[in-house]
Design a protein around this ligand. Structure first.
Ligand code: C2O
Ligand code: CU
Length: 579
């Protein structure tokens, strides 16, 4: 079983345990003896099963099991120890065991809350709050059931609950270390003289555009979605003037995956101020990496990108022969882009399809009618890519794959999630059951350039209750905190840095570090076995543990976030900072 499914099963069993005890307690209050006994038996069985899932999770990594071992374990044992013995032998009046059964229900429910609302890392504060909740709820039920605890008991319960509540709140609600991300610092001048310069102007504004046969209200660069395709040849200097006509929430340009100097990275509040209506900003950087990239606004990026503020950036090594097509896939107001395109291609021509996923979720691509190779991922060429047929690829949010093939005499079609977006003629194949390529296993291996790491950083991705803002929210968290309260991670120029990225939650997180490509070392402990993979966007699925590494060679303050932009917006953003 994968760790992801184990996490899901564990959660279901946790709910069953708590519901079993609570149900048994309530049935006992109502004197429904058989029901109470059946539910208590279910709770006991579920507790046993839970021991197994928790041990399994601990073996997959402490990140998955920390609070379950430290908080759930003791509370579940307390539940069994208090409720279990009272049921043997079964008492004549089942109502006499209602309170112990309810206690077991409260204990296991609070443990469940700790997992769902607090998660990783386990903290004494959360544990104490769980104890306070359990004791208080038990004391209240005791009175309600009318079994009247002795005075001494009531006092003791009150003292324990208040003590746990005070200490727990103190330990939990204290804000995390304030992030020291500098804002609007001086922009480094990237001026360069006498080099061939590619000049572009992108004007952001509201616009009505055509998507899938319908006019939709969008935010667009130069009134088109996607924005103009920016192309260059390696060695060119890019000079892009960004103007904002009427996007009230501001715009910037971020060169997704393009490792530009920090001052040109386009992150508002970090590398520049957002460009407001009537303002402009000029970006300049050298196009020194060939490959398929894209640009998008980074100001309220969840809304901005979804509404259409994105476009393609392609840097070619030199003149290319044959067919070279970009396919930026996007969902604009629920409508798929781009419109399907068909063109005639002469047999024998070399062809390259540059697939770009500009959405916030994974897409499945299938190229039918020809053998092909994956020549590059995230702009970087692969080593020794082998020929593939009838194989699909999954591209994470923000990611790019370049597929190359020699045009056959018969038609070829590219399907995205079952829809044809590009073809050279009619192809009728179903691609839905094709196997999916695992890039960690594709192409020719080359030894990892580093054997030791100067710094190891961990990112544990989860969800949790965030109480630091004005309104409480159920945030997407990193190491137990949500933006803007996640402390930045610090590296020194020249460090070889290893990142361990762990997904504890039930959704995919497409991870994206700005300013650097990272080399994949392993996934779930399995070393990457194919071509070196230098990625800027990769899906960390539920229960997965990725190890990646990079050299800290591009100083600045870099955003490091989930590229499901709604998640980034809901807390899952931190920064990598050079000391
Ligand atoms: Cu494509 Cu910070 O993002
Ligand atoms: Cu995410």
């Amino acid at each position: 079983m994968t760790t992801g499914s184990l996490l899901a099963v564990d959660l279901v069993i946790a709910v069953l345990t708590a519901a079993g005890w609570l149900g048994a307690g309530s049935a006992a209050v109502a004197r429904r003896r058989p029901l109470a006994l059946a539910l208590a038996a279910l709770a006991l069985l579920a507790t046993l099963a839970r021991a197994i899932t928790i041990i399994g999770l601990a073996r997959a990594g402490w990140w998955f099991a920390g609070e379950k071992v430290l908080v759930t374990g003791p509370l579940s044992l307390a539940a069994v120890a208090v409720a279990g013995p009272r049921l043997l032998p079964v008492p004549g009046d089942i109502r006499s065991v209602a309170v112990p059964l309810l206690f077991a229900g409260y204990a296991t429910s609070s443990a469940l809350f700790v997992t769902v609302l607090h998660g990783y890392p386990a903290s004494a504060g959360a544990g104490l709050l769980a104890v306070a909740g359990t004791v208080t709820a038990t004391a209240v039920s005791w009175r309600a059931v009318g079994a009247r605890p002795s005075r001494a008991m009531s006092r003791a319960a009150l003292v324990v609950a208040v003590g746990a509540l005070v200490t727990g709140t103190g330990l939990t609600v204290v804000p995390a270390a304030a992030p020291a991300v500098p804002h609007d610092h001086g922009y480094r001048d990237a001026r360069t003289a006498d080099e061939p310069t590619r000049r572009f102007t992108l004007t952001a504004g509201t616009a009505t555009v055509r998507a899938d046969g319908r006019d939709v209200a969008a935010w667009a660069f130069n009134a088109q979605v996607p924005g103009p395709e920016l192309t260059a040849t390696v060695g060119d200097v890019m000079q892009v003037t960004l103007r904002n006509r009427d996007i009230g929430r501001g715009v910037t340009l971020h060169w997704h995956g393009y490792d530009v100097p920090n001052s040109q990275d386009g992150v508002p509040g970090v590398t520049q101020a957002a460009v407001l209506p009537g303002q402009e900003f000029v970006y300049r950087f050298r196009a020194d990496q060939a490959g398929t990239y894209w640009y998008h606004t980074h100001s309220v990026s969840d809304v901005g990108v979804r509404m259409g503020l994105y476009g393609v950036l392609v840097v070619r090594p030199g003149p290319t022969a044959g067919l070279d097509v970009t396919v930026p896939v996007h969902t604009l107001v629920g409508r798929p882009l781009p419109a399907p395109r068909t063109e005639r291609v002469e047999a024998g021509q070399p062809a390259r399809l540059r697939l770009i996923n500009t959405d916030s979720t994974t897409h499945r691509y299938a190229l039918a009618g020809t053998a092909f190779r994956v020549a590059a991922i995230d702009g970087v060429d692969l080593e020794g890519p082998t020929s593939l047929v009838d194989t699909a690829v999954l591209i994470p949010a923000g990611g790019r794959y370049d597929l190359v093939f020699t045009a056959p005499a018969t038609p070829v079609a590219l399907f995205v999630d079952g829809r044809v977006v590009y073809s050279t003629g009619a192809v009728s194949t179903s691609t839905g059951d094709w196997p999916v390529l695992d890039p960690l296993d594709y192409g020719a291996a080359v030894a990892v350039p580093w054997s030791r790491f100067d710094r190891s950083l961990t990112l544990v991705l989860d969800r949790g209750l965030d109480l630091h803002g004005l309104l409480p929210r159920y945030a997407h968290t990193v190491n137990g905190a949500a933006a803007p309260d996640i402390p930045p991670q610090v590296v020194r120029l020249g460090d070889v840095v290893r990142f361990t990225i762990v997904n504890r939650f039930q959704v995919v997180h497409p991870w994206h570090l700005h300013g650097h490509h990272v080399l994949v070392l392993s996934r779930d402990g399995e070393p990457a076995a194919g071509s070196p993979l230098w990625l800027d966007s990769f899906d960390v699925r539920p229960g997965e543990v990725w190890e990646v590494a990079f050299r800290a060679d591009n100083p600045g303050v870099w955003a490091n976030h989930c590229h499901n932009l709604a998640h980034a917006d809901a807390g899952m953003t931190l920064h990598l900072m050079y000391s």
